[in-house]
Design a protein around this ligand. Structure first.
Ligand code: PHB
Length: 250
């Protein structure tokens, strides 16, 4: 695609514009987008204007920009995530109604856990997870499941990279993480007490698709003092239900 004078392609600049939107920064001015995308003001205004015309971005009454419904529509339509989410919803609703705490579904995406769905009751405890947001693999129960059952290359890459602490209880030592991953594989679930926030314990189980590959992690976020066992029973029965819906005959 045609290059600008700075040498980056149209696609590069488009992606940089879209990536200025984050789970917590969903509305911005065109000037803010330009600054964050590293684009001159005139290019930023032009690209944003073109994206608004196509509906991929939307402009509100205050001329602030957000992601357009058209982009959501296109992204959701073709996505494998849609099938996974649809297969999981009945089981997630059952787990949520029985455990009465946040129930969520995550997949592996670019070395992080990406959350496709989260069901919560008004009185559920703390939770840092957002739909369409990510958590680090080493610091969340879902991430630990995806990592433990993931490919060898992925494990070695994560174990070789810095493991930043999110609390004092996050595993930051590669040898300790290796032991934790072995434990997750043996037990068939991950428990992450206080790894991401001190007041909560994440509990996650792997979900296999029709090929037998772990395609997702189903998890609940419990209050730190809550018993784990009843939640695990519900997670295991929920996971089996999703696997049946996906066609896994294990
Ligand atoms: C976890 O999966 O370990 C987890 C996720 C969100 C939280 C706490 C724990 O808020």
């Amino acid at each position: 695609m045609a290059n600008s004078t700075s040498g980056d392609s149209v696609t590069d600049r488009l992606v940089r514009v879209l990536e200025t939107f984050t789970p917590t920064r969903t509305v911005q001015t065109a000037a803010e987008i330009g600054r964050r995308a590293g684009l001159p003001g005139s290019s930023a205004h032009r690209i944003v204007g073109e994206l608004v015309e196509t509906g991929l971005l939307e402009r509100d009454d205050d001329r602030r920009i957000r992601i357009g419904m058209r982009l959501w529509e296109l992204a959701t339509r073709s996505s494998q995530a849609l099938r996974l989410r649809q297969a999981s919803m009945p089981a997630m609703e059952r787990v949520q109604s029985r455990v009465r705490e946040h129930t969520q579904l995550a997949i592996l995406e670019q070395d992080e856990a990406l959350f496709l769905e989260r069901l919560s009751a008004p009185d559920s405890g703390a939770n840092v997870t957002r739909i369409a947001a990510r958590l680090p693999l080493h610091a969340s129960s879902s991430g630990l499941v995806l990592l433990a059952f993931g490919e060898r290359d992925l494990q070695e890459r994560i174990l070789a990279a810095p493991l930043p602490p999110l609390t004092r209880e996050t595993i930051t030592d590669p040898a300790a993480l290796r032991r934790k991953l072995a434990e997750v594989r043996t037990l068939g679930h991950a428990v992450a007490p206080g790894f991401i926030e001190t007041v909560s314990t994440g509990v996650a189980v792997p979900v296999r698709d029709e090929t037998g590959t772990v395609a997702a992690a189903l998890s609940v976020v419990l209050r730190r003092d809550a018993p784990i066992e009843p939640a695990l029973v519900e997670l295991h029965s929920g996971k089996r239900e999703i696997e049946r819906a996906l066609g896994f005959r294990g």
